[in-house]
Ligand binder design. Structure first.
Ligand SMILES: C[S@@+](CC[C@H](N)C(=O)[O-])C[C@H]1O[C@@H](n2cnc3c(N)ncnc32)[C@H](O)[C@@H]1O
Length: 195
């Protein structure tokens, strides 16, 4: 992830206003949907903004592809393991986790369907997957995001018109709940890996 390697040292400062206004609250809400005591996997952990909200950090593995993002995340660990891994090809045995989650990651994974196939493999049957993602909103706003997408993909490799809940379901995960925020621009998506 070359974009995030060059972006890493600015990331926390850039996101700080959003963290204070709403993102910090949404991160907490995302982690509250993980069943207590889960063996937990985080995908695309970035600079480690979610670590403070892990209920059982000693049972968590935080993964991230970009080396520079990992170097910032390493300063925030709380007993959670940190590894470099591509969400599309995870180095874990089948059924290794009770739950997995990601925040603001599926917009930048090149082939999200591969990452969902990996989640279906490494999360045990009946386990939970929670995603906080910006997506293509409904209605006219969606068309605006289709246009914006040309610029964001070209400039920062970020897809602004992904239908992440739909892709997850097409990959075989079961939708439990979708909490829509900011006129549907952000979705908190709760899924289950069917037995
Ligand atoms: C917008 S940042 C979000 C970081 C963090 N999850 C957060 O909420 O602050 C997107 C992250 O996804 C990571 N990423 C993108 N594609 C990935 C992949 N295929 N596998 C693992 N991480 C990936 C990027 O390196 C980056 O750190």
């Amino acid at each position: 992830m070359a974009v995030y390697d060059s972006f890493a040292r600015f990331y926390d400062r850039l996101f700080a206003p959003a963290e204070r206004r709403f993102l910090g609250r949404w991160r907490r809400e995302t982690l509250s949907l993980i069943p207590e005591g889960s063996r937990l996997l985080e995908l695309g952990a970035g600079t480690g903004a979610n670590f403070e909200f892990y209920a059982s950090p000693e049972k968590a593995i935080s993964s991230e592809l970009a080396c520079e993002m990992l170097s910032f995340a390493a300063k925030k660990t709380r007993g959670n393991a940190l590894i470099q891994a591509d969400a599309e090809s995870l180095p874990f045995a089948t059924g290794s986790f009770d739950a997995a989650f990601a925040t603001l990651v599926f917009c930048s994974i090149p082939r999200p369907e591969n990452a969902f196939a990996e989640l279906r493999r490494v999360v045990r049957p009946g386990g939970r997957v929670v995603l906080l993602e910006h997506v293509r909103p409904p209605g006219l706003l969606g068309m605006l995001f289709d246009l914006l997408n040309f610029a964001t993909v070209a400039l920062i490799d970020d897809h602004f018109n992904r239908r992440t809940a739909e892709t997850a379901v097409a990959s075989g995960l079961r939708l439990v709940e979708n909490r829509r925020k900011l006129a549907g621009i952000v979705n908190l998506i709760v899924l289950e890996n069917p037995a």
